[in-house]
Each structure stands twice: as C-alpha cells, then as structure tokens.
Ligand binder design. Sequence first.
Ligand code: TYC
Length: 148
Amino acid sequence: MAALYPIFEQPGLAPPPQHAIFQSVMTQPITNPSRPLPPHMAKDDEQDPDGPSVGIATRTRPKTKQPSQYKVLMLNDDYTPMEFVVHCLKRFFTMDTDDATRVMLHVHQRGVGVCGIFSYEVAETKVNQVMDFARQNQHPLQCTLEKA
Ligand code: TYC
C-alpha cells in the first residue's frame, strides 16, 4: 500500500482505509484547471458526488431537405413534325411509342404538356438536349422547366 500510494504515507498517522484511497484516486476529474471546461463537463459535474455525468445524444439525424423537383414541359408550335416530337420523347424521356404519342397529342391539343419530373440538374440537361436536337434539325420545338 505504502509503496503504491506514497502520498498517504504520513508519519504518526494510521494509513487511511482502502475505500478512502480508492475514492480519492478515482473521483478526481482529469482536467487542466486553468482551461475552461467544455459545456458537457460544466461545473455541475465537478461538484456531483457521483462524479462526472454522461450526456446522451438524442438527435440522431441531422435535419435534411429533399431536393426540389422540376417538371420538364414541352410546348406546342405549328411547324415541328409530330413524328419528330414523338422521337424526342422516346429518345430523351425513355417513353415507349404509345406514351410518347399520347404526350405529343396532349401538347398538340392543349399547348403544353409534362415530359417528366426530375431534379434541377437532370431537368436542365433534358431541356438542353431537346433544344439542341431540335435546333440541329431546324425545328422550332421549345422545351422548358418549371418547379414541380
Ligand atoms: N403542332 C405540331 C404540328 O401540328 C406538332 C407538335 C406537337 C409540335 C407537340 C410541338 O411540342 C409539340 N405539326
């Protein structure tokens, strides 16, 4: 005992009981007293006879937001051939012939129709692909995007 804990060796004093040594050794917080304590180890813990308390993290997920979605819209005009519009819908929006024909006729009759709903980046890419392809083929077909 004396060899292990020389601090308790005092001339004329009886050695302290085992539990006193144990408490004295184990309950001292190992901190630098000149440095401020982080919030989770604030003053309460220093005075708590049970020793430093333990915090439990209750928020397990950080707040996140779903990215906004955008509709890609096809606009009608009087000059672009119907077959070309159907071809664009199949090529850039992976529609089969039936769906592409349905959307094209909807646009032809109503003036505007939805080709699909995507993240902003994907929607913008599809608009550019359709517009570039229409321009290369000298058709005035217009396509745009709108927040869903
Ligand atoms: N209105 C065009 C025609 O009669 C066909 C057409 C359909 C054009 C849809 C554009 O987005 C469009 N040839």
